[in-house]
Design a protein around this ligand. Structure first.
Ligand SMILES: Nc1ncnc2c1ncn2[C@@H]1O[C@H](COP(=O)(O)OP(=O)(O)OP(=O)(O)O)[C@@H](O)[C@H]1O
Ligand SMILES: O=P(O)(O)OC[C@H]1O[C@](O)(CO)[C@@H](O)[C@@H]1O
Ligand SMILES: [Mg+2]
Length: 622
């Protein structure tokens, strides 16, 4: 058995961390090494914006994208023999398992236990338990406890805890409204599609109006799976028993009452960040819908937030006529940009232009900016509605089924994969390598691998891998060349960054400039096969910008249409600081902070990633 000191962060170390990361709430872990009494109490403060911490056998804690992890060291420790070792308090059930080929773990939502990117960070034990294969016998075996911080005020023994949880959830997902700070009187909506047709019954008598409005109290369920146990694949639990707790969010759509007089409204649209298929579709629908409400002053802000402070960039007047055909091309009619967002200057400019509704299309950075604009407008008691539409091919926005552009990106990525496959398949010992976008999330790579069915190795940022060694990618490639004669690899741009030289460079928005993992892998493959004296014909394809610049496919075009319309309905309903999305196939409004708390990541313990592994047949590369 290990002793607490071996696992041990002390409370003082934890407290030191807490100061560093500006804490929001506390989580505690009790380690039960024997008997009923906890032998180690580990309390850590969690930064609400990044609730994942990593602990190690030497006692440090570090902020990380991965869940709280604690690794045990010691030659004699077999994690599988001590599943009862840990219990939790105020935490979601912890996961405890040895590393088993990346699949078949027990416990909820563990990440791959072989995260050995930094061995001084991750402790490990050289366990004899583990793999059946001879080769793997002496590999480092990590044991991970994972915990998702819960509200420390919740006591799951309290019969009322669910009610308390739901009350808090409702508060978190409450939509900020202009009337929170102003006294705006609602008026009947001007959005009535029926009035555009013949409303009489044929005898000149007006027909009764259908009620096509969304009731303010309509809600849609955020989570629809009831996990019977925390050990169910991909389980996301609130309490130790993984009880069913309904989590409702606000339904999107037109309301019967509105908070603006369309005649007086000046609406602005701005597109920020990188390009994304569907931007023009959303702009177009926002304009169409605004006009149906009766808005006459609609302008585009050129080149992202830059358009608010660069005086040489005049606003672009928009109307149905101007935007009629813009969906036929990719890109953004308004242009995009990164960086340069001074919130106070932007709000000064909004005030100077007399903008009442601002529609902001962008990714997580843009949303953070939009939320800051919304807060500044509130502070100044301005009657301005700020409504976002999430734009990212990376699909890295929380809570949503998908963001617009993602589907198109996956479809286009398949074309590149198909070319790589044909090249590889037609060459003697051909190896095709395709790099796809995905700064921190591997959704495009995972979905393109799944949809093409032609990928042998899919590498994503969420799952670390090694190139060299008996479990590395290169050894597996040798095996593929030997067994099938060719291979195709798909790598997300953010994958394997630990293998590259680090630079502290950032782009104008402060996003880290990534090393080129595609080129790196290409070089390593070539060198490796040369070194072992085996012929390999490597073809590298980087279709990243081609994928991002195309027009939306049919499925994204529909999504864009609905999101654009809902953005306008949300603004007229008086909401501000919100974004629009699709959750479980239903359209919703969400408060901005809830969707950008962290980037949405592929969960390596999700069914989808396991399906991807099943499809590629790749082993663990750690
Ligand atoms: N925390 C923040 N507060 C205010 N503005 C921000 C913040 N983060 C980013 N921005 C601004 O938002 C705009 C877009 O940000 P960014 O370049 O990160 O793209 P993004 O919206 O995340 O989209 P993409 O998915 O293409 O990266 C930039 O003008 C940037 O300055
Ligand atoms: O070259 P740019 O415009 O900075 O965009 C690159 C980034 O944009 C994204 O597509 C997100 O929009 C990322 O996947 C990628 O890292
Ligand atoms: Mg971003």
């Amino acid at each position: 058995m290990v002793s607490p000191s071996e696992v041990g962060s002390t409370e003082s170390q934890a407290a030191r961390y807490a100061v560093e990361c500006r804490t929001a709430y506390t989580i505690s872990i009790r380690l039960f090494l024997a008997g009923d009494e906890p032998e180690a109490l580990w309390t850590v403060e969690v930064d609400s914006r990044s609730p994942w911490l990593v602990g190690n056998s030497k006692g440090g804690i570090r902020r990380s994208r991965s869940p709280l992890s604690l690794f045990l060291s010691g030659d004699s420790f077999d994690p599988r023999e001590a599943p009862e070792l840990f219990e939790y308090w105020n935490l979601q059930k912890m996961a405890l398992s040895p590393c088993m080929n990346g699949v078949g773990f027990v416990g909820p939502r563990q990440l791959d236990l072989c995260w050995s990117r930094d061995l001084s960070l991750f402790g490990f034990c050289r366990s004899k338990a583990g793999r059946s294969s001879r080769e793997t016998k002496n590999r480092p075996m990590g044991m991970r406890i994972q915990a998702v911080a819960a509200n420390q005020r919740l006591d799951f023994k309290d019969p009322e805890w669910k009610k308390l949880y739901q009350e808090e959830f409702d508060k978190r997902f409450n939509l900020p409204h202009l009337n929170d700070i102003l006294d705006v009187k609602p008026r009947p909506t001007t959005f009535a599609l029926q009035s555009r047709g013949h409303l009489d019954d044929g005898n000149g008598v007006p027909m009764e109006r259908r009620n096509d409005y969304v009731n303010h109290d309509d809600r849609t369920l955020l989570k629809v799976i009831k996990y019977s146990s925390p050990t169910s694949a991909g389980a996301e639990c609130i309490d130790p028993d993984c009880s069913w707790v309904e989590q409702w969010v606000h339904r999107a759509g037109p309301r019967k009452e509105i908070y603006f007089d369309p005649e007086d409204v000046k609406a602005g649209i701005v597109t920020c960040g990188g390009l994304c298929p569907g931007l023009n579709d959303v702009i177009r629908q926002i304009v169409f819908t605004l006009e149906i409400y009766g808005v006459k002053k609609i302008v585009g802000i050129p080149f992202g937030y830059r358009g608010f402070f660069d005086e040489g960039l005049p606003e672009i007047p928009l109307s149905r006529q101007v935007v009629q055909n813009i969906n036929l091309a990719g890109g953004s009619l308004l242009g995009v940009s990164r960086g340069g967002a001074n919130v106070s200057d932007i709000v000064d400019n909004i005030q100077a232009r007399g903008i009442d509704m601002l529609f902001v299309l962008g990714g997580n950075g843009t949303h953070a900016g939009a939320n800051a604009i919304h807060n500044e407008c509130r502070k100044r008691k301005m009657k301005v509605s700020v409504v976002c539409v999430p734009k990212t091919i990376d699909n890295d926005i929380l809570l949503m089924d998908k963001t617009f552009g993602f589907d198109t990106a996956v479809e286009e990525a398949q074309r590149a994969i198909n070319s790589a496959y044909i090249e590889a398949h037609s060459a003697y010992h051909g190896i095709g390598l395709v790099k796809l976008m995905g700064r921190s999330s591997g959704f495009i790579a995972m979905h393109a691998s799944l949809s093409s069915g032609q990928i042998d190795i899919c590498l994503i940022p969420e799952v670390p891998f090694k190139l060299h060694g008996p479990y590395g990618v290169l050894r597996h490639l040798e095996h593929l060349i030997q067994s099938k004669g060719s291979a195709v690899i798909c790598v997300a741009e953010g994958a394997g960054q630990d293998l590259l030289e680090k630079s502290n460079a950032t782009d104008a928005s402060g996003n880290a400039v990534l090393g080129d993992i595609g080129v790196h892998i290409q070089q390593k493959i070539k060198k490796h096969f040369k070194d072992i004296g085996v012929h390999a014909d490597v073809k590298y394809i980087d279709p990243t910008y081609m994928i991002r610049a195309i027009r939306a496919n049919a499925s994204d075009a529909i999504l864009c249409t609905v999101l654009g319309q809902n953005a306008v309905h949300g603004a007229f309903a008086g909401f501000s600081g919100i974004t629009t999305g699709i959750c479980n196939t239903h359209y919703v409004y969400l408060p901005i902070p809830e969707v950008i708390a962290t980037p949405r990541l592929v969960d390596p313990n999700s069914r989808m990633w396991h399906r991807c592994l099943t499809s590629t047949g790749q082993p663990d590369f750690c």
